[in-house]
Every structure is written in C-alpha cells, then in structure tokens.
Design a protein around this ligand. Structure first.
Ligand SMILES: CC(C)=CCC/C(C)=C(\C)COP(=O)(O)OP(=O)(O)O
Ligand SMILES: [Mg+2]
Length: 449
C-alpha cells in the first residue's frame, strides 16, 4: 500500500469547472422509458462498427493525432482492424481548445510498423440469444497481461486479499481483461489500475460480506457501514480514532476498500471522489434491501426487484470513467437530471446483463438467489424459459433507453467532456457485456434455445 500519510490523503489538484450548457430541467417523474427519436450520428459514434477476426475489415480512419500522454508501460501496437473504428471515435473532439480532451495514444499506430499484426483471436463465449448488445474489439493483450500481473501483486502483497485456495477463482475472474475492455480510453496502465483495484475490492465485499465466501444477510448492515468508512472516513475523537484506523486493516474487504480508495483519491478530484462515495452508498443500500428480503424470504414484485437492482448495481464502475480516462466531468454536469438518467439506465442495463449471464450460477448456489428471470417466473407465473426470455426483453428496452437518453443529452449539451463521458459510459456498458459473454469460467448460459 502506498504511504497515505494522514488518512484522508492530501487534496489533489483542483481543476476548473466549465459552465453548464443545459438549462436546469426537472427530473422526469416516473420512469419514462419510451424511446424518443435518436440523433443518429452520436448513436453511431457510441457504438462504432467492430470488425471481428475472420470478418471483413472496417475502412481505415484518418491518421491519429500526434500528441501522446505519458504511459506507465509501453503500449502495444494496434492489433485489430476493429481497433481502427474505435480509434476514429475515441479520438474525440478536434479543433482549438480541445487538445486536453485528446484520447490516449494507444490508438496511434507506431510509424515504423506499416503492416498491422494479425487480429487477436476472438475470445470464446456465446452471447445470450436475442440480447441487444454491441461487440467490442478484443482488449489489448499487452495491457490485459500487465493489469493482471499488477492486480495480483496488489491483492497478494498489499492487501492480503485471499487465502491460497481462492487463487484460481481470482484468476478466473479475469479482472484485467474486464477493465481493459471497459476503459479503452485510459491513457496509461496506472489509470486502468484505479478501476481494477476498486472492482476487485467491490467484489471482495460482495463475496465476503453478502454472498458465498462467508457472507450472510445477518448483521450485514453493521459490516457494510464499517467497511464504508474505508471510503468515507470516520472523523472522531482522539480516544476512538485509533480503533477505527486499526479496523480498516482488520479483514480483506476493508483492506481492499481502504487501499483501492486511497489510490483513487490521489488521482481523482474531490468531487470525483465524492461521486464515487455516493455511488458506493447507493450500492450498499441495494445490498441491504436484497439481504432484508433474503432474511424474510420475501420475493419482491418485478418492479420492486428492478428498483433494488438499480442500487445493487454496477453504477460505481462506469461513473469513474472520467478519472480512469484522466479528465473530469464537472460535478454540475454530472448532477444534471439528464445525465443522472443516462447513468442510471446504463447501470441498470449492465446489471441485468449480469442477471442473465449469472442465472445458472445463481440457480446452483445455496439458498434462493433472486435475479430478474427468477423474480419474473415467480411473480408473473411464467415458465423458467419464458421468464428468462422476458428478462432479455427488459434488458433490451433498458439498453435502447440508455442509448436514446445518451444521444439526446449529446445533442442538447455537446460539450467535449460530456461527449467523452457518454462515450466512456457506453464503452463500459459494451465491455461489461463482453466480459460476461467471454467469462466461461464463471458463467454459462441456460439451455433455452
Ligand atoms: C463491481 C460492483 C460494483 C459490484 C457490486 C454488485 C455486483 C457484484 C453486481 C452488480 C453483480 O451482481 P452479482 O452479485 O449477481 O454478481 P455475480 O452474478 O455473482 O457475478
Ligand atoms: Mg448475478
């Protein structure tokens, strides 16, 4: 763990906040999921065409920008034609005043390498039939390897995260591939590590406090609250502060939260760190609702389940896309109701993706594990298959609504940071799907087709 000095760490550099361009609009009352007309240009740029190995290649984009931010490890040359299309989109805005928004140089082909190497073979794993999603380019294998190496060192040496017998599961989680796929615009591996540590820590808390690695709904509120103080520090008296400080090292989830947050706070602005704390408080509230229902054996209505899953949700992951990308979406733009809706829909779509891919794993796990197909089957008296297929439709509507909301916001507020943030969230959504699809160690599809 780095020397953090006093807990709470030193205040990072303050960055100016640009003025907002969108007039204050009331938050939509009730979830209006109707899909409005979509400005086609921005939508297309959210999800550029991806050419998969063995299929025709996308046309080459114009040459990439010459400037290159520093990188922590040597970046890999472009490996796929699919990268080309993505590169064209992620290059971001051009013109006066946009230099600071330029995206990572990893999309720049080295000048001395005129013949691109063969595309990496696509990873295995079948997409859920009928699931509306966007393929992503194969994540840069050099980055994946480096992130995987560093995260294992962090987990074992800095936070003593797991006993030896869990090593296989840690490796099988493939967090390196996950984070590289979700953050294609991270300028360096150091930036990717911010997201990777947090992802591992979030899963450690979920597994060890809530789920099958010693977790239980009983007493969860107390455990979660104390772990939350690793993210949102306890400011207390001289007498009690040492006990609190010691508690942060007292179990793997707290060590992981504390260390991952310490790195994050050093790289983020104060408002980015606070955004993350707020999203984690949301997540913990979602865990508690799920646990309360598990304790009493309550099966919620479908809409209630979806409300709970909006909190017990991947949201804290896509919302750090700007910190991982090395820029800041200013707090007042992040707080806009239109942006909040985009983020909520993205989080919901990604989380229902988890419900679909983890369905068989959760059927096999002890107890009655709720997920969307299970709740639909029970509450709407559908067969397991019909309920699953209906859950796919729910996902698809959420994904379309996310894209429509993002496109609307892009049109109403075409500030470069807003556009880049929206692209970052969309990339996270697509990378998340790809990780679920390809993680055959963890997930397998039911036999419904
Ligand atoms: C990364 C993060 C914020 C995780 C918190 C919540 C979480 C683990 C999910 C949204 C995934 O859901 P689930 O607990 O069902 O995970 P698995 O199906 O066990 O992979
Ligand atoms: Mg799941």
């Amino acid at each position: 763990m780095p020397d953090s000095g006093p807990l709470g760490s030193s205040p990072p550099e303050q960055r100016p906040t640009p003025p907002t361009a969108v007039p204050d609009a009331p938050a939509p009352v009730g979830a209006d999921l109707s899909v409005p007309p979509i400005p086609s240009g921005f939508l297309a740029s959210l999800h550029p065409p991806v050419t998969l190995p063995g299929r025709p290649q996308a046309p080459s984009p114009p040459p990439p920008p010459p400037s290159a931010p520093p990188t922590a490890v040597p970046d890999a040359p472009d490996t796929t034609a699919a990268d080309s299309a993505l590169r064209a989109v992620l290059r971001g805005p051009t013109g006066p005043g946009t230099a600071s928004l330029a995206v990572a140089d990893r999309y720049s082909a080295p000048p001395s390498d005129p013949v691109p190497p063969a595309p990496a073979p696509a990873a295995e794993g079948r997409a859920v039939p009928g699931l509306y999603h966007h393929p992503v380019p194969e994540p840069d294998p050099v980055r994946v390897e480096e992130v995987s190496r560093r995260i294992k060192r962090w987990a074992e040496d800095e936070v003593q995260l797991y006993p030896e017998e869990w090593e296989g599961e840690f490796d099988g989680f493939s967090v390196g591939r996950y984070m590289v796929a979700c953050h294609p615009d991270a300028p360096t591996v150091d930036h990717l590590m911010l997201a990777t540590r947090l992802m591992v820590a979030e899963n450690a808390v979920d597994d060890c406090y809530c789920e099958d690695h010693g977790g239980s709904p009983v007493g969860l509120g107390g455990r979660l609250l104390l772990a939350h103080t690793a993210l949102d520090h306890c400011h207390t008296t001289a007498e009690y502060a040492p006990q609190w400080r010691e508690s942060l090292a007292s179990d793997p989830p707290r060590r992981a939260y504390h260390s991952a947050m310490d790195y994050f706070v050093r790289a983020a602005t104060p408002s980015q760190a606070d955004r993350y704390r707020h999203d984690m408080a949301r997540l913990h509230m979602g865990y508690l609702a799920e646990a309360a229902w598990a304790q009493t054996g309550h099966v919620p209505e479908v809409w209630e389940y979806l409300a709970m899953r909006q909190f017990n949700n991947f949201r804290p992951c896509p919302t750090i896309t700007d910190t991982v990308g090395g820029y800041e979406l200013p707090a007042d733009l992040h707080a806009r109701p239109e942006m909040q809706r985009v983020i909520a829909l993205a989080g919901n779509a990604t989380t229902i993706v988890n419900d679909l891919y983890s369905y068989t794993k959760e059927l096999d796990s002890p107890g009655h594990h709720l997920n969307l197909p299970v709740v639909i089957a029970e509450r709407e008296r559908l067969s397991e298959r019909d309920a699953y297929l209906k859950a796919v439709e729910v996902h698809n509507e959420l994904q379309h609504a996310f894209e429509a909301a993002a496109a609307d916001l892009a049109q109403a507020c075409p500030l470069p940071t807003v556009l880049r943030f929206l692209r970052g969230v969309a990339a996270w959504v697509d990378g998340n799907h790809d990780w679920h699809r390809t993680n055959t160690y963890r997930y397998s599809l039911p036999d419904f087709w």
